[in-house]
Design a protein around this ligand. Structure first.
Ligand SMILES: *[C@@H]1O[C@H](CO)[C@@H](O)[C@H](O)[C@H]1NC(C)=O
Ligand SMILES: *[C@@H]1O[C@H](CO)[C@@H](O)[C@H](O)[C@H]1NC(C)=O
Ligand SMILES: *[C@@H]1O[C@H](CO)[C@@H](O)[C@H](O)[C@H]1NC(C)=O
Ligand SMILES: *[C@@H]1O[C@H](CO)[C@@H](O)[C@H](O)[C@H]1NC(C)=O
Ligand SMILES: *[C@@H]1O[C@H](CO)[C@@H](O)[C@H](O)[C@H]1NC(C)=O
Ligand SMILES: *[C@@H]1O[C@H](CO)[C@@H](O)[C@H](O)[C@H]1NC(C)=O
Ligand SMILES: *[C@@H]1O[C@H](CO)[C@@H](O)[C@H](O)[C@H]1NC(C)=O
Ligand SMILES: *[C@@H]1O[C@H](CO)[C@@H](O)[C@H](O)[C@H]1NC(C)=O
Ligand SMILES: [Cu+2]
Length: 819
């Protein structure tokens, strides 16, 4: 345990008291302009009260002799969170009620067969914006809570998934009926979509393993392994997603993969053998095996007999399998770099958090920003009602969907286009690793999700922390002074490991009023057998192709700039040739600005302009400032972004029309809350939500607008993606930046800046604006710094509470597979 010098909490108390009693005149602001800005944007009463409150906390804390704990400031949210999850009791009440409804004919998951109905999901129904705004901004009561329930109705020849709504919750003896949930979906089918998963349970036992067993001698010969469902399997079989759905048929390709018994590296071990089956309908005896494909020779065999005959023939060439080893292990490997074994720098918060959290309501405040957190099974964490100094900027900022669309010469890669909300981000938002996912001084929140009549809690799966950027927010040097401001920003983060990929989502807030949304990816790539794949990826290991793919992640951003009546202005820098009164008749080649508005949804889908020539601004035309400009926020790519390369994907059809452009703008509607549905892969031609249907020519001037923005990456994995993709470069981000929104740069409000006046070797005069320097010699308190290494053994996994039969007092730990 190391001990660092830190500021005396008593000292911060007195320095803060000095600050709050200083008159504005006494603050050494360099110029008249700056002073005016300070007067305009300087700390209001509320701000000083907060600092004062911290000072009082500090005094209380100073009685703790060694300052051992991190000081997390807790507050009470101004209003209860309207996006709160159902409580354990509420969920249990809904589940009990559902089982009592004879018309639903439900069986508990543990006992359910392929021909029984069961509950997939019970969670809070998101309230309508209309009702939430009336509640947050007015005197209306909190919107009535309803449960959104997803059922898998399999007791039928035509199985479906059904979204229904139950409520109000908590359930009581007045709850009499459930309703189909249809209004948020573009497909009007009573909230149902066909269910291609109904026979997943028998698919392996009755179809896939028997087929693999019929060629066990061949796979033993080619790959030294079998995949027959026995304990001695050394290979796995899995295939394309979504399944092909052309001509009313349901067709799957399955691939053989080696198993890596030490690491989760199966997606790096394709074996190059695939089989094609038509699995239309519910009768396995009518399913058809339609052939085999052996990638190394690029040969398709229309039957097992023909494949076997080819294998038996003397000229059949056998290619080596991909086998796990050091190259698939993520542990330390190779020569340790010089000085790497020395502990690296760490970040500490010397006086505890400078943000405030209401952990019950999941409400957060930092430097004038405030927001609520919501969490869903499908899309994980979203931020809601993001405000700055009480004024709403964004009603909703949330992930909608993440697409990973592959391509390749083989049917597996060609047929893969994962829509990850099908698997869900919520269930895979595992506990974060302290000191690695988030700095040691971070604050954590839990998240919960429903599965198999249990409620599971991921402990410490959302983190938040302040961080000191490695560059200044502002600086300026002259011959007489230098002025410089720290760039301390605030991050809310979570990580979801959906299958082979780990996505790190970060939402960052900055003192200049800007906000950044970033996603980084790591984990194991899904790769291809290296054969005839030169046009689809690099050759990255003995028999391995780093299969090319697009990642596209859609975010909903419901801006409310000074109210709900907003417009999108495009401001483009264009080259021009023109004359001026002073140019003596000579034409000058120069440039100028062109400003236009997006008038209707017909023009609502577009891409970033070449050469970054066009600014995309969400503005309020009715709130022109005194200089005639529209206040707004600009949206700009932060690091690369991407939309889908493939046009009219044969895998996706209408299931991911949100991926076709960088930017989409629509009218906000309670009937269009989400760009997609987690079951769009079940009916790709006629999915529950076809994003294209949002575009019906409506005006986008002075309306409540939603921007649907795509982050992403065109990923061509190279040898550096082995064993795992790295997050330095597997990175995409977007920023929202105030544009004429404030009168000046609001980062001038911070005291975390200095102005140093110097002259002729004299001692410099340093103006510190009342800040307290934690590293100064006046700091007397010793801050304990607890290295995270000592706490990692506390890493636990999920807490599970049984919902039916309800058993709230016996939660248990379980970290097995989730679905
Ligand atoms: C209810 O489900 C069972 C299977 O769990 C099925 O055999 C039965 O036919 C269903 N009843 C009705 C009325 O649909
Ligand atoms: C939410 O809005 C939709 C569409 O207008 C409406 O059908 C639904 O009843 C509303 N929900 C509630 C709880 O009012
Ligand atoms: C419903 O439940 C409440 C509270 O448990 C009870 O007072 C009331 O009598 C019940 N009403 C009916 C119709 O059963
Ligand atoms: C084949 O597999 C077995 C067991 O899985 C293993 O012991 C053996 O070393 C393998 N042979 C080769 C040639 O890789
Ligand atoms: C795997 O186990 C099964 C059942 O015990 C046995 O029939 C088969 O021969 C075994 N396969 C191999 C490759 O050892
Ligand atoms: C998270 O869950 C754990 C275990 O139930 C609990 O001790 C902790 O207080 C929770 N954290 C928050 C911030 O609610
Ligand atoms: C994609 O589909 C749309 C709508 O069916 C069609 O208008 C367009 O021509 C297609 N584009 C290509 C490249 O196939
Ligand atoms: C610092 O301030 C003092 C008092 O105003 C002044 O005499 C001195 O010249 C200043 N020094 C510098 C380096 O500006
Ligand atoms: Cu990738």
């Amino acid at each position: 345990m190391g001990v660092l010098d830190c500021l005396s909490l008593r000292a911060i108390a007195s320095s803060v008291l000095v600050l709050s009693s200083l008159s504005h005149e006494a603050l050494a602001v360099p110029t008249k302009d700056h002073k005016a800005a300070w007067m305009r944007n300087g700390p209001g009463k509320k701000h000083i009260t907060n600092i004062f409150k911290r000072a009082v906390d500090g005094q209380r804390r100073a009685e703790v002799p060694d300052c051992a704990e991190t000081l997390t400031t807790t507050i009470k949210a101004p209003k209860a969170n309207p996006w709160a999850p159902l409580t354990n009791d509420e969920t249990a009440g809904v589940v009990e009620w559902l089982f009592a409804q004879e018309d639903l004919n439900l069986t508990v998951v543990e006992d359910a067969t392929a021909w029984d109905n069961s509950i997939v999901l019970v969670e809070a129904m998101w309230p309508n914006k209309t009702d939430v705004v009336a509640y947050l901004d007015g005197d209306a009561a909190i919107p009535t809570k309803y449960a959104h329930v997803l059922l898998s109705n399999r007791a039928s020849e035509e199985p479906t998934y059904a979204d229904i709504i139950v409520g109000p919750v908590p359930i009581d003896n007045t709850t009499t009926a459930w309703e189909p949930l249809e209004y948020p979906y573009t497909k009007k089918s009573g909230g149902t979509v066909r269910n291609l998963d109904a026979d997943n349970g028998v698919m392996y036992l009755e179809w896939i393993f028997p087929i693999a067993a019929s060629v066990a001698d061949i796979t033993l010969d080619l790959f030294n392994g079998t995949a027959t469902g026995e304990d001695n399997d050394t290979m796995a079989i899995w295939g394309i997603d979504p399944m092909w759905q052309d001509d009313g048929r349901v067709v799957r390709f399955d691939a053989f993969w080696n198993i890596d018994f030490n690491f989760d590296a199966g997606t790096l071990l394709p074996l190059g053998l695939y089989f094609l089956s038509d699995v239309t309908g519910r009768d396995p005896s009518k399913w058809k095996l339609e052939g085999w494909f052996y990638a190394p020779t690029n040969t398709f065999y229309p039957s097992t007999e023909e494949f076997r005959k080819a294998w038996e023939s003397e000229d059949f060439v056998k290619y080596p399998p991909n086998v796990g080893g050091d190259w698939t292990a993520t542990d330390q490997l190779g020569e340790i770099p010089p000085m790497d074994a020395v502990p690296p720098p760490v970040h500490v918060a010397p006086a505890g958090s400078r943000y405030a959290v209401d952990p019950e309501e999941k409400y957060i405040e930092w430097m004038g920003f405030s927001f609520y957190i919501g969490f869903t099974r499908d899309a994980g964490m979203g931020l809601y009602d993001i405000r700055f100094q009480g004024e709403r900027l964004i009603y909703e900022l949330s992930l909608q969907e993440a697409l990973a669309h592959y391509a390749g010469n083989d049917p597996m890669q060609s047929g893969t286009a994962y829509l990850d909300t099908y698997y869900g981000f919520g269930p895979y938002a595992f506990e974060l690793v302290k000191g690695y996912d988030c700095p040691a001084h971070a604050t954590y929140l839990n998240s919960s999700f429903y599965v198999d009549e249990t409620c599971r809690e991921h402990i410490d799966s959302i983190c938040m922390f302040e961080y000191d950027a490695d560059y200044a927010m502002q600086r300026h040097s002259t011959g007489g002074y230098v002025s410089i401001t720290k760039n301390t920003y605030f991050v809310v983060r979570y990580v979801a490991t959906v299958g082979n990929y780990d996505y790190t989502f970060s939402y960052s807030f900055f003192i200049d009023g800007s906000i950044a949304v970033e996603v980084r990816a790591s984990g194991y790539i899904q790769s291809a057998y290296f054969a005839n794949n030169e046009d689809y990826g690099f050759h990255i290991h003995d028999s391995l192709s780093g299969s090319m793919h697009d990642h596209v992640l859609n975010f909903k951003v419901d801006f409310d700039i000074l109210g709900q009546e907003n417009s999108v202005e495009l401001m483009t820098m264009v080259p021009t040739t023109t004359t001026y009164p002073w140019s003596q008749g000579r034409a000058r080649n120069t440039m100028k600005l062109e400003r236009t508005f997006i008038e209707t949804e017909d023009d609502g889908s577009f891409n970033w302009a070449p050469n970054s020539a066009t600014q995309v601004l969400v503005v309020n035309e009715k709130a022109r400032n005194e200089l005639g400009e529209y206040p707004g926020y600009r949206i700009l790519p932060y690091t690369g972004t991407a939309h889908s390369t493939i046009v009219n994907s044969s895998n996706l059809n209408n299931a991911a029309n949100w991926a076709n452009h960088d930017i989409h703008v629509t009218r906000q509607k309670d009937t269009e809350p989400r760009a997609t549905h987690s079951l769009n892969n079940q009916d790709t031609f006629d999915p529950p939500v076809d994003f294209r249907a949002f575009f019906d020519g409506e005006s986008l001037r002075d309306e409540d607008l939603v921007l649907w923005l795509n982050l992403g990456m065109h990923h061509v994995p190279h040898s550096g993606d082995l064993p795992n993709t790295v997050m330095t470069t597997a990175h995409s981000g977007i920023q929202f930046m105030p544009s004429n929104y404030f009168k000046g740069d609001i980062s001038r409000r911070t005291v975390q800046q200095v102005r140093i006046e110097f002259a002729d070797g004299e001692p410099a005069n340093v103006t510190r604006f009342g800040q307290f320097d934690a590293s100064s010699k006046d700091a007397t308190c010793k801050l304990d710094y607890t290295p995270v290494a000592d706490t990692l053994v506390d890493y636990k996994g999920d807490i599970v509470t049984r919902k039916f039969p309800y058993d709230p007092n016996n939660p248990f730990y379980e970290t097995g597979s989730i679905s």
